[in-house]
Design a protein around this ligand. Structure first.
Ligand code: THU
Length: 130
């Protein structure tokens, strides 16, 4: 099964009663393990978490630390662009050339990379003089 298939399958478990916009994510770590995540919303809206954050949390909890590849899927007119916060989160755990597949439930697929999603992103090296 491809990462997009894993993301498509888990998307159904998303908890999105407020936006009704369900998102599924699958990450393959550099150890070869696959972790999935969905968005989990909350009646106090800012407390919701994105699907990417859920998948990253599962990877870290399992003891893996690096993303090798990631797929994101939603029922969207165009392949769902990860939000700014998620771009920053992905850049913490994956190299710039890591493949990101953005997909729609209708079958539109776009390939990009973590670096392309966050040009000029802030990272740990920027704190070296602190
Ligand atoms: N959302 C994600 O989970 N990932 C994305 O890449 C884009 C947006 C969620 C957050 C919120 O639950 C819903 O989609 C609408 O913004």
């Amino acid at each position: 099964m491809s990462l997009v298939d894993d993301a498509r399958k888990v998307r159904h478990n998303a908890y999105a009663p407020y936006s009704r916009f369900k998102v599924g994510v699958a990450i393959r770590s550099t150890s070869g393990n696959v972790f999935v995540g969905v968005n989990v919303e909350n009646a106090a809206y800012p407390e919701g978490t994105c699907a990417e954050a859920g998948a990253i949390a599962a990877m870290i909890a399992a003891g893996d630390t690096r993303i090798a590849e990631i797929a994101v899927i939603a029922d969207c007119p165009r392949p769902v662009p990860p939000c700014g916060g998620c771009r920053q989160k992905l850049s913490e755990f994956g190299a710039r050339d890591v493949k990101v597949t953005l997909a729609t439930t209708d079958g539109i697929v776009e390939q990009t990379s973590i670096g392309a999603l966050l040009p000029g992103g802030f990272d740990a090296a920027d704190m070296e003089k602190a």
